[in-house]
Write a protein that binds this ligand. Sequence first.
Ligand code: UT7
Length: 322
Amino acid sequence: MKHARIIGTGSYLPEKVLENSDLEKMVDTTDQWIRERTGIERRHIAADSETTCDLAEKAARNAIDAAGINSNDIDLIVVATTTADCVFPSVACLLQHRLKITNACPAFDVQAVCAGFVYALGVANTYIRAGSATNVLVVGAETFSRILNWEDRNTCVLFGDGAGAVVLQASDAPGIHSTHLHADGSYSELLHVPEGISRGYAEMQQQAYVQMRGSEVFRMAVSKLAEVADEALIANNLDKTEIDWLVPHQANLRIIKATARKLSMTLDKVVVTVQDHGNTSAASIPLALDVAVRDGRIKTGEKLLLEGFGGGFTWGAALITF
Ligand code: UT7
């Protein structure tokens, strides 16, 4: 049975940067509050004309270049997003066309909010392990700025836009060792955009924005991320000291630190981008991964633990030899 190995990473951030000081002029907040409670200093925001697929395309091209393969060698595209360009087709189908992939490979989106990339990786890994795909493009891309209420300080200071991508290839050498995906829909109302296509968009348009009971989400995130990290280690008979890098979802520096503490990892073994990216939902893990691969921190052969937690609730982890 083949393994799924990451052979290229890529990412893209929109040009426009919104600093905490800009947000001080928009809502009743301070740079100090945002830094102390979240670790966020700035975030990137897509231009009005820029869609999730635009961001995904740039990240995907970077990953494909890094992988050194031809776009038409890709035989599966999985895009993790909650902020698709349109109701349908999927971002994955739009992306296939943008990348001029003409081999009619399957392409679909996965919606698991901030755990979306780990979910997409899990799906892609299963395809490769089953022998159903050889080169898979996995993208996490979001324009969360479009579903924020810019008058709600509880949420608008937290999120940013961006995209990250990896190319997975079937290989005899180990790559993804395991993925662990979970959901518990009973918590759906703690973090949600309550209106949508089937429920209809309410006359009160603020319903179509992210709503979050932050401190309750925080507590669950810390607890579930620790649980799923243990699950991944046990499944692979690994000790936490054998993990070279933690590449976590970037929602809040305090959550990242709590997870690292539970793994007895010092922060220099954790990829942290939340200060510059904010929470980019499904894009945050592949964005962080690409940053640390390109700046030379993450090297071939090292063991990575990726993990994310998001609305649903959804959460998951992937244990990988890079
Ligand atoms: O990515 C998906 C998963 N999402 C997460 O993991 C996010 C999890 N939650 C969090 O990161 C944190 O809970 C937040 C950053 C959202 C909030 O931090 P907190 O330490 O849990 O604060 P809190 O919600 O308990 O609010 C504390 C105070 C409140 O004021 P009162 O009621 O104590 O007077 C808030 O109204 O902070 C206030 N507050 C703010 N003040 C200034 C909330 N947002 C702001 C703000 N600026 N932007």
